[in-house]
Design a protein. Structure first.
Length: 247
């Protein structure tokens, strides 16, 4: 019996290091992620379309900066390849600025130009699906993964807001901001995405940074033109920077 036991142990000795190594391989990695998203329409729409009759030449395009947050899960297909899924609340949209000469703004250098801000708010609940490849050596304490994917999404908030400047000089108190529903937004859309992630290999919890670009496959609005005949045919391009934890 002892001889048999020693024989079995002798046969197992070369395999034990491999078993120990594989026992520490974590095929499924969960995480949390959040950050800042900057997005804009690829074409000017409706009143802000230069071809529209009511267009004001003082209109200027601006990114809409907003936050995103969610949960992630990655599955390691091999030592370098991974597939992932995320559930994100992603605030996107567009902003325009218009000169307001009826308001007096006084700054450190005297009188300053006042502006109205028109904000299109299109917030999505997204389910990004990704495939990634780690370009750093497997034995490295860090990882650098490039990835591509698709992000099906549901528009859960569709709003438009007009922010007026708040005067800090003169007798006029200014106008109250206005907000309302943004009609005609496509409820279901999908974005193609690409990005890079960099972080440390987690022993228990590891931090990482994420840089991503995404582009909607379908127009933001369901119609090509508004009731007044102005353009509504636009996609949306977004850039995001996030930080997260994997555990």
């Amino acid at each position: 019996m002892r001889k048999t036991l020693f024989t079995c142990l002798a046969l197992l000795l070369p395999v034990l290091p491999l078993l120990a190594q594989s026992s520490f391989v974590k095929p499924v990695i969960f995480g949390l992620k959040g950050g800042l998203n900057a997005s804009f329409f690829t074409k000017d729409v409706d009143l802000f379309d230069p071809a529209s009759s009511g267009n004001d030449p003082s209109f200027r395009r601006f990114l809409r900066a907003a936050a995103f947050a969610g949960i992630t899960v990655d599955y390691m297909v091999g030592e370098r390849f991974s597939v992932g899924a995320e559930v994100l609340y992603n605030a996107r949209g567009m902003a325009y600025r218009q000169k307001n000469n009826s308001v007096i703004m006084i700054g450190q250098n005297g009188a300053e130009q006042a502006y109205n801000y028109f904000k299109y708010k299109v917030d999505y609940l997204e389910l990004p699906l990704t495939a990634g490849y780690n370009v750093l050596p497997v034995a490295s304490d860090n990882w650098l993964t490039g990835y591509v994917g698709l992000a099906p999404a549901i528009a859960v908030n569709k709003a438009v807001k007009l922010d007026y400047p708040k005067p800090n000089a003169g007798p006029w108190e200014g106008q109250a901001d206005k907000s309302g529903n943004l009609d005609g937004v496509r409820t279901f859309n999908t974005s193609m995405l690409a990005g890079i992630q960099f972080g440390g290999v987690p022993s228990f919890v590891g931090a990482y940074a994420d840089l991503r670009a995404s582009y909607t496959l379908f127009p933001v609005f369901t119609e090509n033109n508004s009731l007044s005949g102005n353009n509504l045919n636009t996609r949306m391009l977004s850039f995001s920077f996030g930080i997260g934890l994997k555990f």
